[in-house]
Design a protein around this ligand. Structure first.
Ligand SMILES: NC(=O)c1ccc[n+]([C@@H]2O[C@H](COP(=O)([O-])OP(=O)(O)OC[C@H]3O[C@@H](n4cnc5c(N)ncnc54)[C@H](OP(=O)(O)O)[C@@H]3O)[C@@H](O)[C@H]2O)c1
Length: 304
């Protein structure tokens, strides 16, 4: 496993990080049983993965992580987020200072820690200027409650206007939308801000496990967030999955590992997040860090 140094922060992130959205309580991800978070964390460490990304909006995720991190908090770089608030069936974007303060205190409590290593704005809020929200986060950092600051899901224009003190940008980056993240990636490189990719497996589909359309509950994140599990979108993905499968066999790796390797092959990608519910998944995903892809293989995967 290689590690990326988040400049001026003293933090080193493994190039594959553990996504903790699937540790939610079951609403988002149709989990029938609670995942064995402690075992997944042990497998992560065993494979060299040293950072975990969660968010208060991921339901039970922070609480479950807090419990599983007992006695080994120092082994992990812990990232969480702020600015999304559940409001009945809706999710509000809320970056008002009082909300940020309350969410930070709740996250520290749930995660059973005194400091959050990387604190990220989950989504911009059209009613609050990004720089005003960031000013609140800079204050948290001065108070020693957080160590580094990130922003997720921003446009290229918003990125170009970011103050130099922002340490990372998190954005969807996977073979499913290969071209989508690239502009932002280039802009991050220019500004020398870390780029953290998420949804590396498109919610799992790039592992090749679904031979036919899965029947998730309507509220499952894979229906509303990744949008490639139904009807025409599912059919459209099949040629890509066939290419991933073919090259994975050739390179003697799994489709999940190859998808991780593809994301990591882009210059400027600092680390990619992959969610996992089992130890076997973590170990397989971490393998992606040691698979090398040449330009021809990357172009083949992207169907170019
Ligand atoms: N900033 C943001 O707005 C944002 C948005 C989305 C995600 N994220 C972060 O990025 C992380 C990663 O994205 P994600 O978790 O949404 O999706 P993902 O990493 O693309 O997919 C994760 C899911 O794929 C399945 N899976 C994982 N490894 C596998 C393997 N080797 N073989 C077969 N199936 C496998 C598991 O689900 P099953 O076992 O159920 O199939 C797992 O929960 C999140 O957990 C979160 O931390 C951030």
């Amino acid at each position: 496993m290689n590690y990326y140094h988040l400049k001026n922060t003293g933090l080193h992130l493994s190039v594959v990080g553990l996504g903790a959205w699937p540790f939610s309580s079951g609403y988002d991800w149709s989990n029938i049983d609670a995942p064995d978070v402690a075992s997944v964390l042990s497998a992560a460490r065993e494979s060299g993965i040293n950072w975990i990304d969660t968010a208060p909006i991921y339901e039970e995720s922070e609480k479950r992580l807090g419990a599983a991190l007992k006695g080994r908090r120092e082994q992990f770089v812990l990232a969480t987020k702020c600015g999304l608030v559940k409001n009945g069936a809706w999710t509000d974007h809320d970056l008002h200072p009082a909300t940020l303060q309350k969410q930070l205190e709740n996250s520290l409590r749930a995660l059973r820690t005194d400091v959050i290593d990387l604190y990220q704005i989950h989504y911009p809020d059209p009613t609050v200027a990004l720089e005003d929200a960031l000013a609140v986060l800079f204050r948290f950092r001065e108070q020693g409650k957080i160590r580094a600051i990130g922003v997720c899901n921003i446009t290229e224009q918003q990125l170009l206007a970011l103050p130099a003190e922002v340490d990372s940008v998190q954005q969807e980056f996977s073979l499913i939308h290969a071209q989508k993240g690239k502009k932002l990636l280039d802009a991050c490189q220019k500004k020398q801000i870390a780029f953290l990719g998420y949804g590396t497996l498109g919610g799992g589909i790039l592992s090749g496990k679904y031979k036919q359309e899965p029947n998730f509950r309507r509220a499952d994140a894979r229906n509303y967030f990744y949008k490639c599990y139904r009807g025409e979108s599912f059919d459209k993905l099949q040629p890509l999955l066939a290419r991933v499968s073919q090259l994975a066999q050739q390179k003697r790796t799994s489709m999940a590992g190859l998808s991780v390797a593809w994301a990591l092959s882009y210059p400027g990608v600092s680390s990619v997040l992959v969610g996992a519910k089992t130890t076997a998944q973590v170990l397989q995903n971490a393998q992606g860090a040691v698979v090398h892809l040449n330009e021809e293989e990357k172009a083949y995967l992207e169907g170019l």
